[in-house]
Design a protein around this ligand. Structure first.
Ligand code: FES
Length: 120
């Protein structure tokens, strides 16, 4: 399913836009002008990667500084161990769309149990 995110003009380079779906997905606009979408929630604990630091093709988690590669979702620095999912991004008529992956997300245990309706 293609989900509209925001207009390209509203997402300057170096910024991220969080789509409030479950689980949330964020679109990053790199300094080089590339667009990437990954799961917004860090795989270590409940932190929003859109609030992290974007550097090149990597985002650093704002909580414990794990780094994720925006191109592959791979973790480049601990303490997170599992990768985030990556999603396809498409721009049409100035609008950014995200094709959300159908793979199972690697959510941290506290978030996974909350989404499943269990205790937080
Ligand atoms: S919550 Fe992201 S590294 Fe701990």
């Amino acid at each position: 399913m293609m989900i509209p995110a925001c207009r390209l003009v509203d997402l300057p380079r170096g910024e991220a836009f969080r789509l409030d779906i479950d689980p949330p997905v964020s679109v990053f606009h790199t300094d080089d002008g590339e667009l990437f979408a990954i799961d917004d929630t860090c795989t270590h604990q409940d932190a929003s990667l859109a609030d992290g630091w974007l550097e090149g093709c990597e985002v650093e988690c704002p909580l414990h500084a794990s780094k994720f590669d925006l191109r592959t979702g791979a973790v480049d620095a601990p303490p997170a161990k599992l990768p985030v999912r990556t999603h396809e991004v498409l721009v049409e008529d100035g609008m950014i769309y995200v094709q959300v992956s159908t793979d199972a997300p690697n959510l941290p245990p506290c978030v996974a149990s909350r989404l499943a309706g269990g205790p937080a």
